[in-house]
Design a protein around this ligand. Structure first.
Ligand SMILES: [Zn+2]
Length: 269
């Protein structure tokens, strides 16, 4: 693909990296990434993907901007309070980089729309704030054979991994089994979260997403990264595919999204 003069300038610091180069930058410009949630994680994630020149960024969120979001959700400004998050996200991302086609979906991800939505993208990044959605995204990505880069934050902690069952890696269910009962997990509104943690984990999530798109470095498939901001400690834990996993194991019982109850809800970011 031929770059314009403006694109050569805009992406010069990428193109000069031998691991990226003009070929890698062209690949990013032709990539399509779906971001689940325009909140704390989705903000830095989508902004770095847009700045990097990821060609199409879908962003799904049915919520309105609330004043209490602004402590961490840097896609949105004070003047956007009360308006749809996907609208302010689209404004921010388009302003950042006009090369990027932003596709806003003002709706919830459901078992009814997940597979069709995900089918149009190369990779999915989950920055949702509840376990029900996280399991739904995991199951849909496995069924659609898409790579999923998933992050979560609470209080001063974060975790991050990539799930590539199409390449033999474990899925989210292999590690976390099933959604916890509602009310058993503290919510972000009751437990709190340091806003900058969203920036830390969201930027890591964007980095892993770009690595997966470019096919460079070590994939986080089979590795769970745990971040503790208070001690500034970051640990990597090896995780394996569970042969008894109901989704990706040897004898799966989850073969479509309609067989599962994704209504359980417990907020974690
Ligand atoms: Zn699994």
């Amino acid at each position: 693909m031929d770059f314009t003069e403006a694109q050569i300038q805009r992406y010069a610091r990428h193109i000069i990296l031998k691991e990226v180069g003009g070929t890698g930058q062209a690949r990013l410009l032709q990539s399509k990434v779906l971001v689940i949630g325009a909140g704390g994680l989705g903000s830095p994630l989508a902004m770095y993907l847009a700045a990097a020149g990821v060609g199409a960024i879908g962003i799904i969120d049915d919520d309105l901007v609330d004043l209490s979001n602004l402590q961490r959700q840097i896609l949105h400004g004070t003047d956007s309070v009360g308006t749809p998050k996907v609208d302010s996200a689209t404004r921010t991302l388009s302003r950042l980089n006009p090369d990027v086609k932003v596709l806003p979906y003002k709706q919830r991800l459901t078992p009814g729309n997940a597979l069709e939505l995900i089918a149009g993208y190369d990779l999915v990044c989950d920055g949702s704030d509840n376990f029900a959605t996280r399991f739904l995204v995991n199951d849909a990505c496995h069924l659609a054979k898409k790579t999923l880069v998933s992050a979560a934050i609470l209080r001063f902690d974060g975790q991050l991994s990539a799930y590539k069952t199409h390449a033999g890696g474990p899925c989210y269910r292999c590690i976390f089994k099933e959604p916890p009962p509602p009310d058993s997990i503290p919510s972000c509104s009751s437990a709190g979260v340091l806003g900058a943690i969203a920036g830390w984990l969201g930027a890591m999530q964007a980095t892993e997403c770009l690595k997966e798109l470019l096919g460079i470095g070590d994939s986080l498939s089979g590795t769970l990264v745990m971040v503790d901001a208070l001690s500034c400690d970051m640990r990597k834990i090896k995780v394996k595919r569970d042969p008894g996993c109901p989704l990706c194991g040897g004898h799966p019982t989850i073969r479509d999204l309609s067989s599962q109850d994704y209504t359980g809800n417990a907020c974690a970011a």
